[in-house]
Design a protein around this ligand. Structure first.
Ligand code: UD1
Length: 387
């Protein structure tokens, strides 16, 4: 079985790595990694491949940045050519970035023509032709924020509606898919794949002690990450977030690895100096997986607008403030350590965390580091145990 694992942007790498390693142990699977090139900086891409022990991608489409239509279109055009050349049996897309959507669309629209010459056909009859396409599987299916102003929500809805196999992380995801009319037999709950990456690298993460390298003490700092257009693309919103960060930094040191989109806007809106000159705030370049997870392991709390970090903090029992009006990962609020906040409320919410002694939280079912193995079983079952 020829399996293509598609990756494009930073949050994809830790989702594909455990699956790639699990597939490597299966002699029936010929696996390839296709990198669309949506993220291309060393510290947004290559550093993650190294940390997650992934080989160089077998194919790199090099599409780079652009508007949504440009980026999606460029991925589709390049990926379609690759599909025709490689003719995979199964394509696995992960998460909700533009590359996920583009490769899902190209996969379901492709048609490989096959010449059928069954021995039962009388010799006089010409061979017949049939068209087929690869199976499309979506890993991390079913998440919904119900906010269609988020580009990722559109990517999730379309990718799920096209997929043949929907591997979900939690019961709410199953329910969302059923509500959209996806048949039960396509929905397979496998758990949270990112926890597999975290467990695979736990020892190295714990050895790293990144906070000490930055001159910080265990539990004596907060980590901030921001990159959503709704937070960083509008000057008035970004300004109010910066002001709140300065307030919070008077109570606890802040480490803020800055995403390229955010850095560009902090510079062009003229806010970067305010942050750089605040003694309690440390701005860094984006940090690779092991060093970043080490920062998360030892911090007091996280303030973020990322999707994945909401899940990682829930698993680790670390308080998380999510700077968004909604989340596609409600289980992290219901069972875990996550709380939604706003630029106006974040100082007070940070104070509440700093004053609390303990937090009760629960790790959702199947977030156990064995998701990749469940996916392998699922592939075998779907393919009728041919493999
Ligand atoms: C993308 C995903 C988002 C994900 C995020 C993680 C979509 C719609 N968005 O957002 O869901 O949470 O990745 O980072 O797919 N840039 C660089 N170097 C890079 C990559 C980007 O400088 O390696 C800059 C470029 O100026 C680019 C901008 O960042 O225009 C935004 O990159 P893009 O991939 O379009 O979106 P993200 O904001 O990273």
């Amino acid at each position: 079985m020829k399996v293509i694992n598609v990756v494009g942007a930073r949050p994809n790498f830790m989702k594909i790595a455990p699956l790639y390693h699990a597939l490597r142990k299966e002699d029936w699977a010929k696996r390839h990694i296709v990198h669309t090139g949506q993220h291309y900086d060393l510290n947004m891409s290559d550093a993650f491949f190294r940390d997650l022990r992934l080989p160089d991608p077998d194919f790199h489409l090099g599409v780079g940045s652009g508007t949504h239509a440009e980026q999606t279109g460029r991925v589709m055009m390049a990926y379609e050519k690759l599909l025709l050349q490689e003719k995979p049996d199964l394509v696995i897309v992960v998460g909700d970035v533009n590359s996920t959507l583009a490769c899902a669309l190209a996969t379901t629209k492709i048609c490989f023509t096959q010449i059928i010459k069954p021995s039962s056909l009388p010799a006089a009859q010409p061979p017949s032709y049939s068209g087929h396409r690869p199976l499309l599987a979506h890993l991390e299916a079913g998440l919904r924020s119900f906010d269609r102003t988020m580009p990722e929500e559109i990517n999730r809805i379309v990718t799920d509606s096209l997929s043949d196999i929907l591997w979900t992380p939690s019961p709410d995801a199953d329910e969302n898919l059923r509500r959209e009319g996806i048949p039960d037999e396509k929905i397979i709950r496998v758990g949270n794949i990112m926890i597999d990456s975290l467990e695979m690298l736990r020892e190295e993460i714990q050895r790293q002690q990144m906070c000490k390298q930055l001159g910080l003490r265990d539990k004596d700092y907060a980590v901030v990450t921001l990159h959503r257009p709704s937070n960083v693309d509008t000057p008035v919103v970004l300004e109010s977030i910066c002001d709140s960060l300065v307030q919070i930094s008077k109570k606890i040191r802040i480490v803020f690895p800055v995403h390229p989109r955010t850095r560009k806007n902090l510079i062009s809106f003229g806010f970067i100096r305010q942050l750089e000159e605040t003694p309690g705030i440390l701005l860094t370049e984006p940090v690779n997986y092991i060093r970043f997870m080490s920062l998360i392991f030892d911090c007091r709390f996280v303030l973020t607008d990322s999707g994945g970090i909401q899940e990682e903090t829930t698993y680790l029992g670390i308080p998380c403030l999510t700077l968004r009006p909604n989340t596609e990962r409600p289980i992290t609020v219901e069972q875990g350590t996550n709380k939604l906040t706003t630029p106006a409320k974040m100082v007070k919410d940070a104070d509440t965390i700093l004053c609390a002694d303990t937090f009760s939280s629960q790790v959702p079912e199947l977030w156990d580091g064995r998701t990749a193995q469940r996916i392998i079983e699922s592939i075998k079952e779907i393919s009728g145990s041919t493999y």
